[in-house]
Design a protein around this ligand. Sequence first.
Ligand SMILES: NC(=O)c1ccc[n+]([C@@H]2O[C@H](COP(=O)([O-])OP(=O)(O)OC[C@H]3O[C@@H](n4cnc5c(N)ncnc54)[C@H](OP(=O)(O)O)[C@@H]3O)[C@@H](O)[C@H]2O)c1
Length: 265
Amino acid sequence: MEKTVLITGCSSGFGRALCNEFKDRGYFVIATARNVMKLADVKADLKIELDVSDERSIRNSMKLILSEVTGIDILINNAGYSVRSAVEEIEIDKLKNMMDVNVFGTIRMMQAVLPVMRKHGGGRIYNIGSISGRMTGIANGGYCSSKYAIEAITEAARYETKDMGIEICVIEPGAMDTDFFGTLARNSDGKMKDPDSCYRKIYERDLNFRSRQAKSDVQICAKRLLQINEDKKLKVRYTIGVSWIYRVFTIMPDGLKEWAVRRFN
Ligand SMILES: NC(=O)c1ccc[n+]([C@@H]2O[C@H](COP(=O)([O-])OP(=O)(O)OC[C@H]3O[C@@H](n4cnc5c(N)ncnc54)[C@H](OP(=O)(O)O)[C@@H]3O)[C@@H](O)[C@H]2O)c1
């Protein structure tokens, strides 16, 4: 019987690519987005409005989904975005909103879907973290902290649900060619282009780095997640589209890492 996959944040980027790949491989795909109109050309069996920062929206969408399907085999918590700046200059409201999507949105979705999975004897949850959940970049403390949180939430929930036939893991992509960097620029560049900021030099380096940063093809990254889903047992974490240099960063001793981040980031 075809397996059902529910994906958040499908209006663009990785979410959209995942819908298309899962659909092509014969899954029953439930694509969700804050604005369902943005799902017009996404391949999916069900297209549902869902804002992960809004509990009522999650309740309503779950009602709709469960009137159409009996169970959910796979949940992919993909919705997320980034706001950048030095810690001293982080706008708390912007940080709260980002945490509400990246962290609390992931928890809310797990709370909504885990009972359904338990009722059907199991399931899989992929929480989309980031390589930024394993290494902290300059001017990126806010976003990195949200992705470090995903690591902890994933591990805890994994241990808690292991005996229920549920497998949970974190997917850690490197830079992917999506709308992510456009959203990041819209959220952050006002502050990062402030000529009076005492972090101006750091921001200039970040803006310059971002403009030349290599980014993976998102469709290839989506295919990789499908491959992972074929594993009999899921590992705790998988990197996707991460260059060797960033993998090395994650295992460096702190002193060397500090030197390397300040030198190359
Ligand atoms: N691209 C990268 O370099 C990269 C690297 C590592 C990890 N990631 C992670 O990968 C995931 C997908 O990002 P992406 O690269 O595909 O970026 P993207 O193209 O900007 O997609 C982000 C998606 O999240 C959705 N979203 C934002 N707020 C939402 C909310 N409140 N409720 C539901 N959906 C919401 C957006 O929908 P709207 O259209 O409604 O805004 C959009 O569909 C994110 O978790 C991101 O942190 C990305």
